[in-house]
Design a protein around this ligand. Structure first.
Ligand SMILES: [Zn+2]
Length: 124
């Protein structure tokens, strides 16, 4: 009888540990689900940006080829200054797509609305 009680005690403490481990596992699973969801959204957004970038590069190349054939060598200076403005536009667009463009969280998905670091970067 004493052995049986001892055995039940052992079993009880074992069950307690299993229960605690199961709780930990459940928490980890929840975190993984959340991360997966976040990565899924981020991936989706990046695919959109990539698709548009690829399309705009194709358009730019077509546009660049035409004048070269028609007028010979086109002026280079306006193109260079335009690409600086384009870089800014890309960043602004990336921000509005929901990504950080600040050097603190660059490339991460913005989960909590506006980011002051990004906004101060955009206003420069
Ligand atoms: Zn930011």
């Amino acid at each position: 009888m004493k052995d049986t009680f001892l055995h039940m005690d052992e079993l009880e403490s074992h069950l307690g540990k299993v229960y605690a481990e199961f709780g930990d596992l459940k928490l980890k699973f929840k975190e993984l689900l959340e991360e997966n969801q976040r990565l899924r959204i981020e991936n989706q957004q990046l695919r959109k940006v990539l698709k548009r970038e690829t399309e705009s590069v194709a358009v730019t190349q077509e546009a660049a080829e035409e004048p070269a054939v028609a007028k010979g060598t086109a002026e280079q200076a306006p193109a260079a200054s335009a690409s600086v403005g384009e870089g800014y536009d890309n960043l602004a667009r990336l921000y509005h797509e929901g990504f950080h463009i600040c050097n603190v969280y660059y490339g991460h998905l913005r989960m909590e609305g506006d980011c002051l670091f990004c906004l101060s970067f955009l206003s420069k």
